[in-house]
Design a binder for this molecule. Sequence first.
Ligand SMILES: *[C@@H]1O[C@H](CO)[C@@H](O)[C@H](O)[C@H]1NC(C)=O
Length: 411
Amino acid sequence: MKLLILAALFGLSLAQFNANTRNGRTAIVHLFEWRWADIAAECERYLGPDGFGGVQISPPSESIVVTNPWHPWWQRYHPIGYNLCSRSGNENELRDMITRCNNVGVNIYVDAIINHMCGAGGGAGTHSSCGSYFDANKKDFPTVPYSNLDFNDGKCNTGSGNIENYQDINQKDYVSGKVASFMNKLIDMGVAGFIVDACKHMWPGDLSAVYGRLNNLNTKWFPSGARPFIFQEVIDLGGEPITSGEYTGIGRVTEFKYGAKLGNVIRKWNGEKLSFVKNWGEGWGFMSSDKALVFVDNHDNQRGHGAGGASIVTFWDARLYKMAVAFMLAHPYGFTRVMSSYRWDRNIVNGQDQNYWQNMVAFRNVVNGKAFSNWWDNGSNQISFSREYPNEKLKARRKKHEGERSEKKKI
Ligand SMILES: *[C@@H]1O[C@H](CO)[C@@H](O)[C@H](O)[C@H]1NC(C)=O
C-alpha cells in the first residue's frame, strides 16, 4: 500500500517536469507585458514557424491598478482576485490567444501569482483591473471571496512584505481550493503549465497539495493524462535560508545562479574567463539539469529588481547579451527561456526581439539530446564546442580504424 502511494506521488511529480512542448521544441520565450492579441499573432507569424516551444505570459489575473507611478509593470504582481482581465486583455482575448497559439504548436505558460494578494494601496472603494471591488486594508476581496480569515496574521513579518494567503489547516484547504480552481480554469482553456511566483514564501507541502488538485491538460491539444508543467520561482543564489533544493521534488525551479554567473563570465568580472565554462552546469553548483529552468535575464533582474545583482546581462549590453543568449541556447544544460521585454526608461516595446534568436532556437531543437563535445579553449576567452550529431557512423569508423591499428601492431 505504501509503495503504491509512493509510486503514485512519484509519477505525479515526475510529470510536472515535462514542459509538454510539441515536435521536439526546446525553448520558450517570455513575452513580458505583451497583449493577448499580439501574442496570438506572434505565435502564428513567427513563434510556430520558428520552432519556439511556448510563451510565458504576464499574469492574466485581475490586479490592483496603480496610478502613482503610472501603471507600473509590478501592479500585475498584486492580484485582488482570479477573474481574467488585465492590461493584456480580457478573458475572451486570452482564450482566443491560447487557442491560436496551441493550433500552431506553441504552448502557453501562465505566470501564476498565488502566494499573496495586493499589499498596501487599495483601501475602501478601490476597484481592480476587472472593475471588482476590494478593500486591501480590511483584507476583503469579495470577488474570490477571501476575507481576513484567509490570511496569515498581518502583524507577522511576511516574507514578501505583502498580504500572504494561508492561515490554519482549514483555511488552507479553502485557499488551496480557490487557487486550484483558478489554475484549472486556465488548464481547461488550454494552457500547458505555470510559472509559480514567489514560491519561497510558500511551504513545498502546501504547493504540492495545490499541484495535486490540478486537472490534466486539455486533450484537444495534449495527450490524455498529460500533467501541467510546473516551474517555480525560487530565488537562490547560494547562502539563502530557503534553497531551491526544497522545491525540486515537486516541479522545475528557476536557476538564478545561471544568469548571475554567466554575467560574471561574459563581463570578465572577478577574474572569470570563458574557458572556465568547460564544466558549465552542475559543475558550477547549479541544480541538476532536468530540474532547471534557465535564462540570462528575467523581468525582475533585468531592471535591478529581485535577485541577480549587477552582473546580469541585458539588452543594454547588446554584444554581451547576444553572446550570453547564444551560449545558453547552444549549451545542453537546463530548459531554456529567452526574453522579449521593453525598454524601461520609456515604456515602449523596443527592438529586443525574440525573432533575433530564431536560428539558435532551431539549432537547440536539432541537437536536443546530443552530447556536449569537442571542447576547445585557448586558456582564456576563446572557446569552441560542438553538439554531436547522431554519430553512429563516426563511432563505427573509429572502431574500424582502431581495429586496423591493432592489426598493424600484430604484424
Ligand atoms: C585567447 O583568445 C582571446 C580572444 O581571441 C584573445 O584575446 C587572447 O589573447 C587569447 N589568449 C591566449 C592565451 O591565447
